[in-house]
Design a protein around this ligand. Structure first.
Ligand SMILES: [Zn+2]
Length: 160
């Protein structure tokens, strides 16, 4: 299990974006880098959060999020340019728990972090971080730290 470090500011930006998408599902991407963790885990520091437009059909927006290949390539380019990695994504579950849905498991990418936020009656609630596949899901610890603490963590040794 890894630890995912997210700053309070980033957490607020994620919440604000997902609340504004309500009652639809909102989403976005996570740029970050890896730092030393325990033997069996590499920790992830989130450098930036990038809210995304929902490009799925209007009548499906309440339960799924679709990303265009063009938008995906732009994100990877941006990550490369900034010396970061596209480490994962975040999305909301309007009025549903922050656990992977059958749709999430079916469409999961390997080695990719899925941050899920439960948005209940328009207010962002529980945030949980997962690595998922068709037949398994592993939860990681999401550590929301103060902006000061996050700046200290940014100085930790990066691993690849
Ligand atoms: Zn989902």
């Amino acid at each position: 299990m890894s630890r995912i470090y997210l700053s309070e500011s980033q957490n607020r930006r994620i919440s604000a974006h997902l609340e504004s998408a309500y009652p639809h599902e909102g989403a976005g991407f996570l740029l970050g880098h890896f730092v030393d963790g325990y033997i069996a885990a590499t920790d992830v520091v989130i450098d930036d959060v990038i809210p995304s437009e929902n490009s799925s059909a209007e009548d499906e927006r309440h339960h799924r999020f679709v990303m265009t290949p063009q938008a995906w390539m732009r994100l990877e380019d941006e990550a490369d340019r900034r010396g970061l990695r596209l480490v994962g994504c975040f999305h909301s579950h309007p009025d549903a728990p922050a656990i992977p849905s059958a749709f999430d498991r079916e469409h999961a990418l390997p080695n990719f972090l899925y941050m899920i936020v439960s948005v209940n009656a328009g207010r962002a609630g529980e945030l949980r971080s997962w690595e998922i596949s068709r037949d398994n899901q592993v939860e990681h610890i999401c550590a929301v730290v103060s902006d000061d603490e996050w700046r200290k963590i940014m100085k930790w040794q990066t691993v690849n």
